[in-house]
Design a protein around this ligand. Structure first.
Ligand code: ATP
Ligand code: ZN
Ligand code: MG
Length: 510
């Protein structure tokens, strides 16, 4: 097995001490000579199988004590010691079977993996799952694993190694700070405003801070602006391109994020959702009583009585794919165009919150298309053309488009693939005159076969199904437009004004 990419494979050494636990004592039935002979033959054949000459695993020590066969296995990366052990379990099973003895299980006494960590001295690894001790010295990383037979069956050691390789890739990837490349820049536009639009809208009462962090109550004026933007998207892009509306769930169960890949890294930004452990009112009586007596909600008590089941919508399209999960579709129904605007998205943005530009709760139209590879790529181009018309002719804003590597590729360290210009993301950014900063207000992504693969969706012909998505953040569209054009309708482009109409004045405060 040779690795084809230019990355040099990590050097690894494995040392495993384990015992095969048998159903009866071996003393008196299986002779030491039989065991020795089997060990010798495994060392030359079984444990070298699949490895280049001179490589593989080896049993370096063994002995039989009552009902246990104790083995010490050392290996390289070609036949990892735990794979060797699983192979040995079968082989020893055959020998013992002749004596009517079975193998009950595997006991792991010690499992040490040493990895070549040469270039990665800057990267510290402090904790890993299923690892009880980590020694990091220049040049190497030594792991003492805490695994049992079921962990071996689940291929935990291999996944740990994969995880470390990913961490190295991610670290290298971070080092190369720029994965941003300008694709298009609009002409300069005159700005009519130099203030932060959220501040101005707060003064005018177009919105109010809501009770939650990064959350607003939008008044009739701003709501009308959002709806106008949505209508423009519908009339200029979704309807003419033949899009159909769907309703995607806004609570996302873990299984969805496992399949979409978000489960790899969403944790610091997720809004978590919990359900009560029981809906029995008696179970909750102490909480209710506490609140009645103190007027405080006892969060600690609640935490013990709920369980997490997933999170709130983060990227909008993942839960759609459950609609197609496990299905086979006839090719002739492609391409398919659908969109969702049925609810809010949530991200814990921590200290990054800023007005309607960066919220914890926001509104987005998700545009989703799928087809063959070629259809999917072609359609992304068609969308980009239509978006340009909207930004140029209707909103009359100054913006730019940049090629960026999407999160799931950056995370997996696949910088190279993006060069193909097939799978990847185009970000749309606009300048905010009040700060001079550029803000991403939407994107167009070609996701390759990532989602169909994750959700096992196939085409009848066997050809690969591809998909793409584009997230139109209504708050971001509004933030960009209002930051450049201001809040006064007389400075708005005619085409936009005619869609919005009069802004309603409903509330007055004393
Ligand atoms: P940023 O880099 O600004 O955090 P992102 O790369 O996290 O953006 P995406 O994951 O590409 O954003 O999300 C798609 C779209 O969703 C964005 O283009 C934007 O319109 C909207 N969006 C994302 N996060 C927020 C937020 N916190 N507040 C408002 N809109 C958001
Ligand atoms: Zn999406
Ligand atoms: Mg973000």
């Amino acid at each position: 097995m040779t690795q084809q990419n230019e990355k040099k494979p990590m050097d690894m050494e494995f040392e495993l001490k384990a015992a095969l636990k048998c159903s009866a004592t071996l003393e008196g039935s299986v002779s030491q000579a039989d065991i020795d002979e089997l060990v010798a033959s495994c060392n030359t054949n079984l444990l070298k199988r699949g490895a280049p000459p001179g490589c593989g695993a080896e049993i370096v020590k063994w002995n039989v004590a009552e009902d246990k066969i104790k083995l010490k296995i050392v290996s390289d990366r070609f036949v990892r010691a735990h794979d060797a052990l699983l192979r040995l379990k079968k082989e020893f099973g055959k020998l013992l079977g002749k004596h009517r003895i079975g193998i009950r299980g595997i006991e792991i006494e010690k499992y040490k993996i040493a990895l070549d960590w040469g270039e990665e001295e800057g990267l510290r690894v402090r904790n890993l799952p299923f690892v009880k001790e980590i020694k990091q010295e220049k040049g190497s990383l030594e792991l003492l694993l805490d695994v049992d037979e079921s962990a071996l069956d689940k291929r935990i050691p291999d996944r740990l190694i994969r995880l470390l390789e990913d961490k190295i890739d991610a670290a290298r990837w971070k080092g190369k700070s720029e994965h941003w490349e300008l694709l298009f820049e609009s002409e300069k536009k005159p700005y009519h405003f130099d203030k932060d639009p959220t501040e101005e809208m707060l003064k005018r009462g177009w919105l109010q801070h809501a009770a939650g962090r990064g959350q607003y109550v939008y008044g009739p004026q701003l709501t009308k602006i959002f709806r106008a933007l949505e209508k423009i998207l519908l009339d200029e892009l979704l309807t003419p391109l033949g899009y159909n509306e769907m309703i995607f769930p806004k609570f996302v169960a873990w299984d969805v994020w496992k399949r979409s890949g978000h489960a790899k890294g969403i944790y610091p930004e997720a809004y978590y959702v919990c359900t009560p452990k029981t809906r029995d009112p008696e179970y909750w009586e102490d909480v209710m009583d506490y609140f009645k007596v103190t007027n405080e909600v006892p969060l600690d008590m609640i935490m013990g009585k709920i369980e997490n089941v997933g999170g709130m919508c983060y990227a909008q399209c993942p839960p759609f794919w459950v609609f197609l999960q496990g299905k086979i579709m006839p090719d002739e129904i492609l391409p398919i165009y659908v969109f969702d605007r049925s609810g809010t998205s949530y991200r814990y943005e921590s200290g990054g919150l800023h007005g309607i530009e960066r919220l914890d709760e926001f509104h987005r139209v998700e545009v989703l298309w799928m087809g063959t590879k070629q259809q999917t790529i072609e359609h992304a181009k068609e969308l980009q053309k239509r978006y340009r018309t909207i930004f140029h002719d209707i909103l009359d804003i100054e913006w730019r488009e940049a090629w960026v590597t999407p999160w799931f590729m950056a995370q997996e360290g696949k910088a190279g693939l993006a060069e193909l210009r097939e799978v990847g993301t185009t970000d749309y950014e606009a300048v905010l005159p009040y700060s001079g900063k550029w803000l991403e207000f939407q994107n167009v992504s070609v996701n390759g076969n990532k989602y169909p693969k994750g959700f096992s969706v196939k085409l009848q012909s066997g050809e690969e199904l591809w998909s793409g998505c584009s997230g139109v953040g209504l708050e971001r569209w509004a933030a960009v437009f209002l930051a450049q054009k201001g809040l006064d309708a007389e400075n708005w482009p005619e085409k936009f004004s005619s869609v919005v109409g009069e802004l309603p004045e409903v509330f007055k405060f004393l």
